[in-house]
Design a protein around this ligand. Structure first.
Ligand code: ZN
Length: 190
């Protein structure tokens, strides 16, 4: 439990995960960076599953299992199928085409067409994606942030520690510098 907690906290600090408050309950969600990485992995896992089933000569499953998943991930999965050039995926794609929504269906059809034609897919996009993925994987180390005060316009430091505290408490980022915060609080005294 302790190790899992530590890992999650590290992933929050490095911008892979975030905490969102739904009512009073904190919920762990992917950041844009985190989802960029995870989405790619999920797409690879789905394709690897097809590879395994094809190798084991298994019957084509009920393809509705791919329906209603994250659209971005599904389109990436199709892109990867296109890039693979593997005609063995065609029966899966044809079965899938029967059950999914119009937009996904169009993309599935396009994928089938590309695989059937045997045309070489431009690899540069896949390469670029791989580079971005590697970059995303480095994460973003926590650092002090300079914020601008709404009241007086001065810059002030929002430290790593404060950021952590605000996040844990589910607070919005501070809008005012400390001086203005105190002035608001105690008014005429200052
Ligand atoms: Zn101020």
């Amino acid at each position: 439990m302790e190790a899992v907690k530590e890992k999650i906290e590290w992933m929050i600090d490095y911008d892979f995960l975030d905490i969102q408050y739904s009512g009073k309950l904190p919920m762990i969600v992917f950041t844009e960076r985190g989802w960029y990485i995870e989405r790619d992995r999920r797409a690879d896992e789905f394709l690897a599953e097809w590879d395994k089933w094809i190798e084991e000569d298994q019957p084509i499953p009920d393809m509705t299992y791919l329906k209603d998943r994250n659209r971005g991930m599904i389109l990436l999965l199709l892109k990867k199928a296109q890039e693979s050039g593997e005609t063995k995926y065609i029966p899966y794609l044809e079965a899938w085409e029967q059950v999914d929504y119009k937009k996904v269906r169009a993309e599935i059809r396009k994928t089938i067409g590309m695989l059937k034609s045997g045309e070489q897919v431009d690899r540069s996009e896949a390469l670029e994606r791989q580079q971005e993925w590697n970059e995303a994987l480095k994460g973003s180390a926590p650092q002090d942030i300079q914020l601008k005060c709404w009241e007086c316009g001065d810059r002030f430091t929002f430290s790593i520690g404060e950021q952590k505290f605000f996040k844990d408490m589910g607070f919005q980022w501070p809008k005012r510098c400390e001086k203005c915060r105190l002035e608001r609080k105690f008014g005429e005294l200052f």
